[in-house]
Design a protein around this ligand. Structure first.
Ligand code: DX5
Ligand code: ZN
Length: 217
């Protein structure tokens, strides 16, 4: 399968969000990545339901919603109602993770599990049969524009082996510090979905940068 690009709106212009969502619509991005931060799980607060609902009205592509919040079970229905298509929870924030991903599926969304940089992929062994996607955080979550953690390549290779050996139907997504320089090596390592924020929105031509991330030429 060709790899997918999920453009992270955290780096968009919130003074004119419609313009940036329309840019994503006409670009080769496959998904829109929405980072939800609660100021507790991560030391930052981003945006909530009214903003997601607005994006949903304008976006023509699936909403890939990444929850960096404690106790996400309280809000799964709200995120579904707001328009999330893929809902990813942090492994570290879930006590009953299997119940959480089952509820995400029951609501009709795809279910993802995100791992902080220090959380080993071996911990996913018993949840892989129940999920659609693993999001490997390649920075510590909370902010855009951080540097990619090089150790992530080892985690990706290890997870790719576990998924292939077990025959699981699970995508590997990476998030944090992804740009046109490291994208090709990430895909070679077994990644399926690249999240890109600042490398897209801070570039002179975001549509062209997305094209380069997609085609990797
Ligand atoms: C970080 C977020 C990322 C962020 C990525 O906590 O989960 O999705 O937007 O931004 P860049 O691509 O700028 O590192
Ligand atoms: Zn994210």
């Amino acid at each position: 399968m060709d790899h997918l690009i999920s453009a992270s709106l955290l780096a968009a212009d919130f003074g004119n969000l419609e313009k940036d969502v329309l840019m994503i619509n006409r670009s080769q991005a496959d998904w829109l990545h929405l980072d939800i931060m609660d100021g507790v799980f991560v030391p930052n607060i981003s945006f909530g339901f009214p903003v997601i609902e607005f994006i949903k009205k304008v976006a023509e592509k699936p909403l890939d919603v990444h929850l960096m919040i404690v106790d996400p079970d309280r809000y799964l229905t709200r995120f579904n109602d707001a328009g999330a298509n893929i809902l990813t929870v942090q492994y570290e924030a879930c006590i009953h993770l299997q119940r959480t991903v089952t509820e995400i599926h029951n609501l009709g969304m795809k279910a993802g599990v995100a791992l902080n940089p220090h959380t080993p992929v071996s911990l996913l062994k018993n949840i892989l049969p129940f999920i659609d996607l693993v999001l490997i955080m390649t920075v510590n979550p909370g902010f855009g524009g951080q540097s990619f953690i090089m150790e992530s390549y080892n985690k990706i290779t290890e997870l790719r082996n576990i998924i292939d050996t077990g025959g699981y139907n699970v995508l590997i997504e990476v998030d944090g510090g992804i740009d046109t320089k490291n994208a090709a090596k990430l895909i070679e390592s077994g990644v399926n979905v690249l999240v890109a924020g600042n490398s897209v929105f801070s570039s002179d031509d975001p549509v062209k940068t997305i094209h380069r991330l997609k085609k990797l030429t």
